[in-house]
Design a protein around this ligand. Structure first.
Ligand code: SF4
Length: 485
């Protein structure tokens, strides 16, 4: 005799309740349903109709997944609500830490003259565009006012190595202060590597500093995108990369690329160049509507559709490489997949809600101005001071963090109440991006139906879900990516 009763004994007779979720159409008759914690399922239209009418049979293959992912519950069940709350708390846990990334713009001077430059750089002899020790001290007061136990200080420019003395000063002073503060302190220098010297490398090695650099693709493309006197940007990059890896270690140098109109037909070559140079991934980025990119109209030289073709071709090629045994990651996809496939949020500023501006990252400009984000100071360089939160020489931490410029932008752009976003099935994976929408529409909410940020993200979200649906090995690879960033 069997020790257990038949399956029917354990089936509930009462009907299920729907927990909050949203849905959107994918290809053909398939729909994706998502809930507030980012759980998702792909459901064919007939099943979606049955689900909504509370007529989906308990023995339907989707039923168990719908319960496991908290899309439905029985009326007397409390556990699904508790689990939803727990997952949501985990997702938003980062907010309690407050600002981690502090960007020090130590100079606007630069030895490059990139046409898409986002910071309106100055000639490399104009030292009036350098940060002073007084400003750096005040900025460090601000940094250590943040309650976050993990503090990252990133040096940007211009080319920060043109004011290396200030980099040195900030690192040494911050470390001195940290003897008492005992934070988890990390330093990054964003540099083209063109001015890297043995002295700089020895300093980076001593203080465990990471280098974040730029690589736009093969030599001719990189040099065309990044002109400098001598036309040797790529050669300097490659020499600097090799030296930096020797002294600091391979994992201490990362690279970012920017997509120009010249890059669009060459995504495979760009990825091949990253592979050739030993990088384990690439961040396929679109141009931002800021700084010289806007002034020189470079931002308008390709539309979102064309960029999406570029992105999808690149992603397909990266999947091919992985299937051929070459592990390689597309970082933007990884960040999104982390939100789709885990309970954690990667804390990527562009994909945060509330927006990451000011509360995840903040910028101290060379002149003491404090901005809500890197993009905010780029906008200010174009004459729009909307996201200037104050000045470290005259304003207190409270004045800056509680400024109307910051709080209004965070409140108004909050995606759970913003038009379109609040109804969007992809909201759990997206971000508020008030600065981008202000730059494009003069309104922090923006018109999402016309927003290239929205169009680009929806297309990528759907594409990633479609890829996972159509191929189990891609899904397994994406789970690895989600857990590696
Ligand atoms: S910006 Fe677009 S994709 Fe993102 S949440 Fe809003 S409507 Fe959805």
């Amino acid at each position: 005799m069997s020790k257990f009763q038949g399956l029917d004994t354990y089936r509930r007779r009462d009907t299920y309740e729907l927990l909050p979720f949203k849905f959107d159409r994918l290809e053909d008759d398939d729909y994706v349903i998502t809930n507030m914690t980012g759980e998702h399922l792909v459901v064919p239209m007939p099943e979606l109709h049955a689900l909504l009418a509370k007529k989906l049979a308990q023995d339907h293959p989707l039923y168990a997944s719908l319960r496991a992912k908290h899309f439905i519950r029985y009326a007397d069940e409390q556990a699904p609500l508790d689990l939803l709350a727990l997952k949501l708390r985990t997702r938003l846990a980062r907010l309690t830490g407050f600002t981690s990334l502090h960007i020090f713009v130590v100079t606007l001077r630069c030895d490059h003259s990139c046409p898409y430059c986002q910071v309106s750089r100055r000639m490399d002899s104009e030292s009036s565009f350098d940060m002073t020790p007084d400003m750096a001290n005040k900025a460090l007061d601000f940094v250590f006012s943040s309650p976050n136990p993990a503090i990252k200080i990133e040096f940007q420019g211009g080319e920060p190595l043109l004011n290396f003395e200030m980099v040195r000063y900030v690192v040494e002073t911050a470390k001195q202060r940290n003897l008492k503060e005992r934070r988890d302190l990390e330093f990054v220098i964003a540099t083209t590597l063109s001015l890297l010297t043995d002295e700089v490398l020895a300093f980076c090695h001593k203080h465990n500093i990471i280098l974040s650099t730029s690589l736009d693709g093969p030599a001719d493309l990189h040099n065309a995108n990044r002109p400098r006197v001598g036309r040797d940007s790529f050669e300097r990059f490659e020499t600097g990369l090799s030296k930096a890896r020797n002294v600091l270690g391979v994992d201490k140098v990362s690279a970012l690329m920017t997509t120009t109109d010249k890059s669009l037909p060459r995504v495979r070559e760009i990825i091949d160049e990253y592979v050739r140079l030993g990088f384990n991934g690439i961040f396929l980025r679109a141009l931002s509507p800021y700084g010289f990119a806007m002034k020189t109209r470079r931002f308008m030289t390709y539309d979102t559709e064309r960029w999406l073709e570029f992105y999808k071709e690149g992603l397909a090629y990266i999947l091919e490489l992985n299937k051929a045994g070459i592990p390689f990651v597309e970082h933007y996809a990884s960040l999104i997949l982390k939100k789709m496939l885990t309970s954690n949020d990667p804390g990527y500023v562009d994909l945060m809600n509330p927006a990451g501006t000011g509360i995840a990252a903040i910028v101290f400009n060379y002149d003491g101005s404090v901005y809500a984000s890197d993009e905010s100071r780029m906008l200010a360089e174009m004459g729009d001071q909307s996201f200037r939160l104050g000045n470290i020489l005259t304003d207190s931490y409270k004045d800056i963090i509680l400024s109307d410029a910051l709080l209004d932008a965070l409140e108004q752009s909050f995606t759970l109440s913003a038009p379109m976003c609040s109804d969007c099935a992809f909201e759990p994976y997206c971000g508020a991006e008030p600065v981008f929408h202000h730059a494009m529409f003069k309104d922090v909410v923006g018109r999402k139906a016309e927003s290239s940020f929205c169009k680009r993200n929806i297309s990528i979200f759907k594409h990633l879900i479609g890829l996972m649906q159509s191929d189990a090995s891609t899904r397994r690879l994406f789970i690895q990516w989600a857990n590696s960033c």
